[in-house]
Write a protein of this length. Structure first.
Lengths: 131, 117
């Protein structure tokens, strides 16, 4: 498992590149690589912009039926999300974007889990499996 | 932060994105293009994204904004060279890039712009 710090726009680009390599090395198709990297870009930006910085962890995982996958874990110690359901709604935005970041990222991956508490930061775990 | 160069060829501004875009670079490109449109009086903008591996919601929104800004300067923007995997991902993400014209490649993009004048 690798851990990457997210403190700047450069770091977001580094996370994307790292995820791209992990996805390619573990048999994800080009479309699935692109979906996972795009989701990673959205989540890394959220960690930076809304979470005030944090970390991304990248892990290669295996499913019960032997398929390889890439698991990403983003965590920050920012203000947290008061209403998670609302934050996952298409078009809901804090004002800086289209509100597609979080909801869009969820559509692009196979598994998505978000935990957050006001004042206690946010963590998002996603998995994309090879087909 | 890396900057994306803008080339002027005749009445067209040509932008080929060859770097891994970070948010600041996209914002800078938007500002540079507005300046260049105002200074040059160009009537068309071609943005080539052949080398762009991902377009996320922020980059997508900025591309749409560039299209809107161009129109205020009497210029049309054509986005060319989108990779198939990027097109599939953008659609699933929920981005339609409304208001931005697209073409398969730079040559077809130029035909669209030239057909306009």
């Amino acid at each position: 498992m690798d851990e990457l710090s997210i403190q700047s726009g450069d770091d977001v680009v580094r996370v994307r590149q790292f995820v791209r390599n992990a996805a390619a090395d573990n048999g994800l198709s080009l479309v699935d690589q692109t979906k996972l990297v795009t989701a990673a870009s959205e989540l890394a930006r959220n960690t930076l912009v809304h979470g005030g910085g944090g970390t991304a962890r990248v892990e290669v995982v295996k499913s019960a039926n032997g398929r390889a996958g890439v698991k990403l874990y983003f965590t920050d110690e920012g203000p947290g999300i008061p209403d998670i359901e609302q934050a996952l709604t298409d078009g809901w935005s804090t004002g800086t974007g289209l509100g597609l970041g979080l909801s869009g990222a969820r559509r692009l991956v196979d598994e998505f889990e978000l935990t957050s508490k006001p004042g206690a930061g946010t963590s998002v775990t996603v998995v994309k499996w090879s087909r | 932060m890396e900057r994306v160069p803008i080339l002027k060829i005749g009445q067209t501004l040509f932008v080929s994105i060859q770097i891994d875009l970070q948010d600041e670079s996209v914002i800078r490109l938007q500002e540079d293009l507005a300046d260049e449109l105002a200074a040059s009086g160009a009537h068309g903008v071609i943005i080539d994204i052949t080398a762009v591996e991902i377009v996320d919601s922020f980059i997508g929104r900025m591309l749409t904004t560039i299209g809107s800004i161009s129109r205020l300067f009497d210029a049309e923007t054509v986005l060319v060279g989108m990779r198939p995997a990027v097109a599939i991902t953008l659609t699933e993400l929920g981005l339609s890039l409304k208001g931005v014209r697209t073409a398969l490649n730079a040559e077809k993009g130029l035909e669209i712009l030239n057909g306009k004048s």
